[in-house]
Design a protein around this ligand. Structure first.
Ligand code: MLT
Length: 394
């Protein structure tokens, strides 16, 4: 064959971070089939879906089996019943949104990756370290990428700098994946003011907002005045309601967002109508149930369960006097590798000596080198066992 390929893919690492981890663990298991491996790597939930969600899923699936209630293609942008539930959810944070600003998707990852389709060649600012999807999807489309450095000095929360280019696209993630750090009102306001003054757009990933339990941190960027003029928000049911296997998320593109005499909302609408056929009816009903008053309580119980794990893991790092962030308003704990070890070396060391899997910080960006992320999404039993093993090797 002699066709031209997208040469931007040459800029990517061979495997996506979590695929690489899975491959390494599978190889280790092949050679060590009897080892009991505890996975604190990919942030995948372990608790089953709540009763309300399951009932809605079953009910909607049964509707699909009856002539009178069967439904074909869902609306590309989501059913109004779910969009309305999302508007109601945002009212909890005193945010009023327009129904047409909400787009339902099969998860935040897809939208974060696909959103690049609607933008031209703007400078892209990405925190380093951060969730790898922002970087990889912008690399795939050959964009100019600039890093905003996260370090112990800024608690892994970069703030605007005077030398940043105007009219750029800025990715923010709060609570942050992987560091678990999060912006407070005042810091987020700095970003919103900066974006407005510089004609820039913020893409705000709030996938972990449901883990925030301290009022000083905003759940949505729209809690900040002026954010509807400069920010898109992308969120997910994955971690909030345990939908990693069901798949559902949403994106908010306020009507106020305009550039070059175009509404950004309309461009996304056009993009989605062409390339996406919507999320299945039963899954959207399940998502609606997750946002009902009872559903939110049920989800909160699961989140509390994971946060008990996070507390136990944080205690370990406190006891050992090891630098870490996260674990308080986030399911992730980000810590410094012992004895100046590099992230992937520590990954191998931990797998070999404790049979515990985590995620190397370097996989989230060059400035993650020397750090490591573990999740609190496993069961209490396995988390406790992992802590005992970690005690011996840290
Ligand atoms: C993670 O471990 O960072 C997440 O589970 C990945 C994702 O949400 O795509």
């Amino acid at each position: 064959m002699n066709i031209k390929l997208n040469s931007n893919f040459d800029q990517l690492s061979e495997n996506y971070l979590f695929s690489e981890i899975n491959k390494r663990v599978a190889k280790y298991k092949e050679y060590n089939p009897n080892r009991d491996i505890i996975k604190l790597g990919i942030g995948d939930v372990t608790l089953p879906l709540g009763k309300n969600v399951i009932e809605a899923l079953i009910h909607a699936s049964c509707e699909m089996g009856k002539k009178e209630t069967f439904r074909g293609y869902p609306p590309e942008y989501g059913y109004n019943f779910l969009k309305e539930a999302i508007l109601k959810y945002y009212k909890r944070f005193h945010v009023d949104l327009d129904l047409n600003s909400v787009f339902i998707s099969d998860g935040a990852k897809s939208d974060l990756g696909n959103i690049v389709d609607i933008f031209g060649d703007n400078p892209i600012y990405i925190p380093n370290p951060v969730y790898p999807v922002y970087l990889d999807s912008n690399r795939m489309s050959g964009r100019d990428i600039y890093y905003m450095v996260g370090s112990e000095n800024n608690n892994f929360l970069p703030l605007p700098k005077d030398n940043m280019k105007k009219s750029s696209i800025i990715y923010l993630c709060s609570p942050n994946n992987p560091t678990g750090s999060l912006y407070n009102q005042e810091e987020l306001k700095k970003w919103v003011d900066f974006a407005k003054e510089n004609g820039s757009l913020i893409i705000y990933d709030s996938a972990y907002e449901a883990f925030i339990n301290d009022d000083k941190y905003p759940h949505s960027i729209y809690e900040i005045n002026g954010a509807k003029d400069c920010a898109i928000e992308i969120c997910s049911f994955s971690k909030q309601a345990g939908f990693t296997g069901l798949r559902c998320g949403w994106t908010i593109i306020p009507m106020e967002l305009e550039s070059e005499n175009h509404k950004i909302n309309k461009l996304w609408e056009r993009r989605q109508a062409t390339k996406f056929n919507g999320v299945s009816y039963p899954v959207q009903r399940a998502a609606e149930a997750a946002l009902s008053d009872e559903g939110i309580l049920e989800c909160k119980n699961n989140i509390n369960y994971y946060m008990e794990n996070a507390k136990l893991l944080s205690n370990l790092f406190d006891e050992k006097g090891i630098y870490y962030t996260g674990g308080k308003n986030s399911p992730y704990i980000w810590f410094k590798c012992p004895n100046g070890m590099k992230s992937w070396d520590f990954f191998d060391y931990l797998l070999e000596n404790a049979n515990v899997v985590g995620t190397p910080g370097a996989g989230f960006g060059t400035f993650g080198e020397g750090y490591f992320r573990i999740t609190s999404f496993n069961t209490h039993e396995k988390t406790k066992e992992a802590i005992e093993r970690l005690k011996k090797v840290l």
